[in-house]
Design a binder for this molecule. Structure first.
Ligand code: TXA
Ligand code: MG
Length: 346
């Protein structure tokens, strides 16, 4: 089976495949998702199989409204309504307790809760409507690869194993949605995975403090979202993180060492080292938005550079606002490694 690139006017065809229990990847504003009917356990099993995803890692169910969510939940959270009104459609996933016998355990990973999200992508909302069922949609990458931000990334990972990919062009945000635990109506919301809907934005909408999973603050704590415990987004080539003021040092380090270096940074930083680098992938501009949009795409491109690189040097950004989500993904890709020039000068 060869994967089929499905154009924007063929949504009906994609919906038909979903109804038949096939897998079709779809674009969202964050990353591409690997879609299957959330009500078809066989199809959902295939999602785990082709991704190589551990079965204890539950999936996000993609919907077209909060009304649709209400069909499946046992109990809402007092803040769910205002959050959904403020951020849906958009990069916010909410976890709520579900009614028994709604979703198969293959969807829930055996938990009593399910994660729901309404993506901000007209094509995909139309796909869900036409399919007539909510869609599971983990990021459409092989487990351990960076999440896909273009249809080409999806084709690279699943060329022979899924039916099609609905091509919506490059995704706007570039990292996965914020995952927010609302499963206990008596507890404040808790961020399990940072995304483009930030803690500050959530607090402003809720008028109440929002908690953060302690795993996100201290690496030695066990994460509450099962998926956050797995090694993620690590390119084959080792990655080192570089602070804004260190690019001169990287350039001089590379000038004195036979290292084939890949650079992933905004234009200003890239300019400083480009003369010493074997490959450069530049973010569209110096903003954290551009960096977040380009991170996974850049990691993929550099990791596959034909020249073969020894190391990737990637720009850090301040850990506030969207920078929290960017650094969360980058630290995983870099295995927490920072550039250090600890050689004695000669
Ligand atoms: O932006 C996104 O969220 C993308 C697009 C395609 O929508 N999807 C995505 O799905 O990133 P995935 O499967 O790669 O990540 C879902 C995360 C995992 O870390 C998973 O463990 C967590 O959400 N999760 C899902 N259901 C959960 C639940 N009931 N309780 C706790 N964590 C849950
Ligand atoms: Mg993923």
């Amino acid at each position: 089976m060869e994967i089929q690139k499905i154009s924007t006017d063929e949504v009906k065809q994609a919906a038909h495949y979903i109804q038949q229990g096939e897998l079709v990847a779809f674009p969202t504003e964050t990353v591409y998702g690997l879609g299957a009917s959330a009500l078809n356990p066989q199809a959902v099993k295939k999602v785990y199989q082709v991704k190589g995803r551990p079965s204890d890692n539950p999936l996000i169910v993609h919907v077209t409204s909060f009304e649709q969510v209400k069909e499946y939940i046992q109990e809402s959270h007092p803040l769910a309504e205002v959050l959904v009104q403020t951020f849906w459609p958009g990069p916010l996933t909410i976890i709520l307790p579900i009614k028994p016998n709604t979703f198969d355990t293959v969807v829930t990973g055996g938990l009593a809760t399910v994660a729901f999200r309404m993506p901000d992508q007209a094509l995909t909302l139309e796909l869900i409507r036409q399919a007539g069922v909510p869609l599971v949609g983990p990021s459409a990458n092989l487990s351990g690869h960076p999440s896909p931000t273009t249809a080409e990334h999806v084709i690279h990972d699943f060329e022979h194993s899924i039916k099609g990919v609905l091509d919506g062009g490059p995704t706007k945000i570039g990292v996965e949605s914020t995952v927010l635990d609302l499963s206990d109506p008596n507890k404040p919301p808790m961020i399990l995975r940072p995304g483009a809907v930030t803690k500050e934005m959530l607090e402003q909408a809720c008028h109440t403090p929002v908690a953060v999973d302690s795993h996100l603050l201290r690496a030695d704590e066990a994460p509450k979202a099962p998926g956050m415990k797995y090694k993620h987004y690590a390119p084959v080539v080792p990655v080192q993180m570089v602070h804004e003021q260190e690019w001169e040092q990287v350039a001089s380090y590379l000038a004195h060492h036979p290292i084939r270096a890949g650079i992933l940074a905004g234009p200003t930083a890239a300019e400083v080292v480009r003369g010493e680098a074997a490959a450069v992938y530049m973010y569209a501009d110096d903003s954290v938005q551009a960096a977040t949009q380009g991170l996974f795409s850049g990691l993929r491109a550099l990791d596959e550079t034909k020249a073969g690189l020894d190391c990737l040097y990637v720009a850090t950004y301040p850990e506030d606002g969207l920078g929290v989500a960017y650094m969360n993904r980058l630290k995983k890709a870099a295995n927490q490694m920072y550039f250090t020039n600890n050689e004695t000068e000669v």
